[in-house]
Design a protein around this ligand. Structure first.
Ligand SMILES: C[S@@+](CC[C@H](N)C(=O)[O-])C[C@H]1O[C@@H](n2cnc3c(N)ncnc32)[C@H](O)[C@@H]1O
Length: 263
């Protein structure tokens, strides 16, 4: 007898590529204030001379600004005016060129020694096909020998209960402040629709939506191969700690082969 089917969660269809920035921009730097020194150091090592880099989904400049301060000419891509205006308000933020558009298209001119896409943001592309297109377009804008560097979480479907939902407390930080996550997992599409809810001291409750389509490290390696890129390194983080079965995230470096020499 066929196993009883679980109820299918209704799709959330008012979510667009702009939704993340519209909702999160005001709170993003408060929530994710930390820049990552190890990421900056690693990316500088790939940026060539004079150092140049493209950040896909630059956001408020968490990674791009420290790179810019260390002399790297960074070009950013983002789709959200709200996120980019936060970048512009920061010291040095108006000196970074930002191309407004969909990062999957890699809408920049030229070839670069490194293109990077931090903070799980590949998963912001909600179809596998679009993620593949992102790899293909990145490859077209890498110099021979250039690198595509991403960090992503390793999917963990144990986070979701038998109804493919998750309700989890993120923090209770005072008598009036708390944060929690509500998520629905769509395992067939590899998508997760979440609300991160924060109740603040002033009594205001903020709902921060996010929708992702996760992919497995091995799946990303195939996408890279389809784009002509080769996995060069995979670490557990930018500080080059080993990637293993306990890693919750990975930093992957894909390399564009040198042009074949003509003999
Ligand atoms: C999690 S934030 C990451 C920002 C920054 N890279 C960082 O590491 O702090 C995701 C960013 O991706 C942008 N974004 C989401 N989908 C996009 C798309 N399809 N094209 C361009 N930008 C997109 C959002 O506007 C937001 O700025």
């Amino acid at each position: 007898m066929a196993k009883e089917e679980r109820p299918t969660a209704p799709p959330v269809d008012d979510y667009t590529q702009e939704t993340y920035g519209e909702a999160w921009a005001e709170y993003y730097d408060e929530i994710f204030s930390r820049s990552d020194q190890a990421a900056v150091d690693l990316l500088i090592g790939y940026a060539g001379s004079p150092p140049r880099a493209v950040e896909l989904a630059i956001g408020t400049g968490r990674v791009a600004l420290p790179l810019h301060q260390r002399g790297v000419q960074v070009i950013g891509v983002d789709i959200s005016d709200q996120m980019v205006s936060r970048l512009r308000e920061k010291p040095g933020g108006s000196e970074i060129e930002v191309v407004m558009g969909d990062f999957a298209d890699v809408p920049v001119v030229g070839e670069f020694p490194v293109i990077y896409l931090p903070f799980n943001t590949l998963f912001g592309l909600l179809e596998q096909e679009r993620q593949v297109e992102c790899f293909v377009n990145v490859a077209q804008h890498l110099e021979p020998g250039g690198r595509f560097v991403l960090d992503c979480f390793v999917p963990d479907i144990k986070r979701y209960d038998s109804h493919n939902t998750r309700m989890a407390v993120s923090s209770i930080s005072s008598t009036s402040e708390h944060a929690y996550e509500l998520s629905i997992h769509h395992p067939v599409e590899q998508r997760v629709t979440s609300h991160h809810v924060r109740r603040r001291k002033d009594g205001q409750t903020i709902v921060l939506p996010i929708k992702i389509r996760y992919s497995w490290p091995s799946e990303m390696d195939l996408m890279a191969r389809m784009a002509g890129l080769v996995l060069e390194e995979r670490w557990g983080w930018y500080d080059k700690r080993p990637f293993n079965e306990n890693s919750g995230q990975h930093v992957s470096v894909y390399r564009k082969p040198e042009a074949p020499s003509i003999s």
